[in-house]
Design a binder for this molecule. Structure first.
Ligand code: ADP
Ligand code: MG
Ligand code: MG
Length: 201
């Protein structure tokens, strides 16, 4: 992935999040406070609005900029988690203009560690980490198989439906959180779906 493809990834993600804003907020009404669609739309809109200013940046710095824009503009619990993920990608790809197979593997490993630290969460807690963690685990030194990445992200998202949420607002519901997809897992699926589409064109 180069900076141009990263920008395309962000535009495509923003478009998906706008299309699915109501769905995401509705899911968050079951297990949270009903604002996840609004938060994500606001955050990715802010990123897309600044892409032109960031056009000349190497990929690593672009990821850092995206991360800090997400922290400031998504807000809530999800902002620092998404933001940390992108900042960790940027740090792992220090000074790189392109991300290849090994870069994706190390970058996603660092991103997942960052989310886990920030959220004090682990895979199985019924959060966005249940998408990010299996995606990271499927990567190896080879160029990522993007179709497989999308499938794994979808599976991770679907599995949150049967989980007792252990972190974030949903955890307040205990067993009653079972039977609903986690909103952050769903928005993360859209992010990886947009990535797969971008990298496969
Ligand atoms: P808020 O809960 O502050 O309103 P959002 O609704 O935007 O924030 O985001 C909620 C999502 O954030 C959840 O669906 C979940 O995926 C994720 N999340 C919340 N808290 C944590 C946490 N401690 N660890 C990992 N993910 C979390
Ligand atoms: Mg919320
Ligand atoms: Mg909120």
């Amino acid at each position: 992935m180069n900076s141009e493809q990263a920008a395309q990834w962000m535009r495509r993600t923003a478009k998906k999040l706008v299309e699915h804003k109501d769905e995401l907020s509705k899911l968050d009404q079951f297990v949270g406070d009903g604002d996840h669609g609004v938060n994500m739309e606001r955050g990715f809109r802010a990123v897309v609005e600044r892409l032109d200013d960031w056009r000349e940046l190497p990929l690593s710095q672009l990821m850092q900029k995206i991360g800090s824009a997400l922290v400031s503009n998504v807000g809530g619990a999800a902002g620092p988690l998404y933001g940390t993920a992108f900042m960790r990608l940027g740090a792992a790809w220090k000074d790189e203009r392109q991300a290849d197979g090994p870069a994706w593997m190390s970058g996603m490993t660092k991103a997942v560690e960052g989310i886990a630290q920030r959220g004090k969460a682990q895979a199985g807690d019924g959060t966005l980490l249940d998408v990010w963690s299996p995606v990271a685990a499927t990567l190896d030194e080879n160029e990522p198989d993007w179709k497989k990445v999308e499938e794994i992200a979808k599976k991770g998202m679907d599995e949150t439906e049967d989980m007792v949420v252990k972190k974030g607002r949903g955890a307040l519901l205990g067993e009653k959180s079972v039977g609903h997809l986690d909103p952050g897992a769903v928005s993360s699926f859209y992010l990886f779906q947009a990535l797969a589409k971008t990298m496969n064109e």
